[in-house]
Design a protein around this ligand. Structure first.
Ligand SMILES: NC(=O)c1ccc[n+]([C@@H]2O[C@H](COP(=O)([O-])OP(=O)(O)OC[C@H]3O[C@@H](n4cnc5c(N)ncnc54)[C@H](OP(=O)(O)O)[C@@H]3O)[C@@H](O)[C@H]2O)c1
Length: 375
C-alpha cells in the first residue's frame, strides 16, 4: 500500500530529515507543511530532485487554524507532527480524528500528553492509531530498557543518560520552536525512580550533580533527572527494578550556569512576558558557546542477575547529527507502523509502541552507532 503522509513542520530541522528518510525507505508520498509557502516549496523541489517519482508536495498549514488543518488532512493517511506546535495539540489531534487518519508526534510536553490522554477513549473508539512522544528523548530511553531486559533473569537497575552537543550556529529555527523549548523548562520534572520510589530532585542538587561516563569523546558529564512518561511504567513491567530514570546532560557552561539559573525564576514569575527574552538569550547562548566535538549519545547502564551471576551491560547509541538522531527513531518506528506489524488502535508512546529489537536494528541500518558492552 502506498501511504500519503502529511508532515507538519516538514521543512524544519526535524521534519526535513524525517521526509528524506521516509522517501528513501518507503514508497510513500509526503506533503511538507508549515506556515511558509516559499520554504515548503524550496524543500519540495530539492527532495523531488533527489528521490524518484515526484512524491513530495507542499502545503501551507497553520496548526492554529482549524480550516487549514482540515483541508490538509483530506486524502492523507497519517499526520506526522514535527512542528513546534504542542500548544495546538487539541486542534491537530481533533482534526486527525475528524479526518479519520492516524497521528504521530515528537514534542516533549506534559500539557500535550494530558490533552492526548483525555482523548484516548475517542482515539480507541474510532480505531485510530496515535503515537506520541516520538524521537530521541522522548522516544528512545524506554526502548533501550525494554531491549536489554530479556538479557537479565533479574533486572535491578536501568539508568539512561544522554549528552547532545550540536553546532547550533549553522541552524535556523522557527521562533515558535525557541518559545516552545523555553516553555518546556517550566514543565520539566526532575524525577527519577530510586530505591523503589519516584523521587524529586531539587535544583540545589545541581551544585553536586550526578555524573555519567559517556566514554569517548565526552567522558564524564553531569546529568540531571528529567522525567519522561515512557519511564513511568517500567517498574511495574520489571518488578525487580529498584533504580531507573532518564538523566539529561547540559548544553554548554553559559546556558547551564547562566541562562538556566537566571531564566527559570524569571519564567516562573511571569511566563508570558519572559518567554521571548529568555528564549532569545537561550538561542544566543547556544550559538555563541557551543563547541566541538559535536555528537548525540544515549547510554543505558543496566545491572542485574544472569544465570546466578551479577551482570552489567552498557548500551550506547550515537549519531554525529542530533537532528538525524531524532528523525531516525521516528522513521524506524513508522516502518513498523507502515507495514502493519505494529499498528494497533489507541494512544501509544513511541517507546512502548515499537518492537525494540527491530527498532534497534533499523536504527543501526539507518546510521545510528550501536555499541553493547559487558554482555
Ligand atoms: N523527541 C525528540 O527527541 C526531539 C528532538 C528535537 C526536536 N523535537 C521537537 O520537534 C519539534 C520541531 O523542532 P525543530 O528543532 O525541528 O524546529 P524547527 O527547525 O524550528 O522547525 C519547526 C517547524 O514547525 C513549523 N511550525 C511552527 N509553528 C507552526 C504552526 N503554527 N503551524 C504549522 N507549522 C508550524 C515551522 O515552520 P513555520 O514557522 O515556517 O510555520 C518549522 O517547519 C519541536 O517541538 C521539538 O521540541 C523533539
Amino acid at each position: 500500500m502506498m501511504h500519503n503522509i502529511l508532515i507538519l513542520g516538514g521543512y524544519g530541522n526535524t521534519g526535513r530529515p524525517i521526509a528524506e528518510l521516509l522517501l528513501q525507505e518507503t514508497n510513500c508520498r509526503v506533503v511538507l507543511a508549515g506556515r511558509n509557502r516559499k520554504k515548503a516549496e524550496a524543500a519540495v523541489s530539492e527532495l523531488n530532485d533527489r528521490f524518484a517519482g515526484d512524491r513530495t508536495t507542499a502545503a501551507v498549514v497553520d496548526a492554529a487554524d482549524v480550516v487549514s488543518l482540515n483541508k490538509a488532512m483530506t486524502g492523507v493517511d497519517l499526520v506526522v507532527v514535527a512542528s513546534s506546535t504542542a500548544a495546538y495539540v487539541e486542534q491537530v489531534a481533533t482534526a486527525a480524528l475528524d479526518a479519520g487518519i492516524d497521528y504521530c508526534d515528537m514534542q516533549y510536553s506534559t500539557a500535550k500528553l494530558a490533552v492526548l490522554q483525555g482523548m484516548a477513549a475517542r482515539i480507541q473508539a474510532k480505531g485510530r492509531c496515535f503515537i506520541t512522544d516520538g524521537g530521541f528523548h522522548p522516544g528512545l530511553p524506554a526502548v533501550l530498557v525494554r531491549g536489554i531486559a530479556p538479557r537479565f533473569d533479574r533486572l535491578d537497575s536501568a539508568r539512561v543518560g544522554s549528552v547532545i552537543k550540536i553546532d547550533w550556529r549553522g541552524l535556523e529555527f522557527s521562533p515558535a520552536t525557541v518559545e516552545e523549548m523555553v516553555t518546556e523548562f517550566l514543565d520539566f520534572k526532575m524525577l527519577a525512580f530510586e530505591e523503589g520510589e519516584w523521587r524529586q530532585t531539587s535544583w540545589w542538587s545541581m551544585w553536586k550533580p550526578l555524573t555519567m561516563d559517556f566514554g569517548e569523546p565526552f567522558g564524564k558529564q553531569y546529568c540531571v533527572p528529567m522525567f519522561l512518561e515512557e519511564m513511568r511504567s517500567l517498574p511495574e513491567r520489571y518488578p525487580t527494578l529498584h533504580d531507573t530514570g532518564f538523566f539529561v546532560g547540559g548544553f554548554n557552561w553559559f546556558v547551564d550556569w547562566v541562562v538556566m539559573p537566571v531564566g527559570l525564576p524569571l519564567l516562573k514569575l511571569s511566563p508570558r512576558r519572559m518567554t521571548q527574552p529568555v528564549g532569545r538569550l537561550m538561542e544566543w547562548g547556544l550559538k555563541r558557546f557551543s563547541k566541538p566535538p559535536y555528537e548525540a549519545l544515549l547510554k543505558l547502564e543496566a545491572e542485574g542477575m544472569r544465570a546466578g551471576e551479577r551482570q552489567r551491560i552498557d548500551l550506547i547509541l550515537s549519531h554525529p547529527d542530533g537532528y538525524l538522531f531524532t528523525a531516525i527513531p521516528v522513521v524506524a518506528c513508522l516502518l513498523q507502523y507502515l507495514d502493519g506489524s505494529a499498528r494497533r488502535s489507541g494512544l501509544w508512546l513511541q517507546a512502548h509502541f515499537v518492537e525494540p529489537e527491530r527498532m534497534l536494528a533499523d536504527m543501526a541500518r539507518l546510521g545510528v552507532g550501536v555499541r553493547l558492552s559487558g554482555q
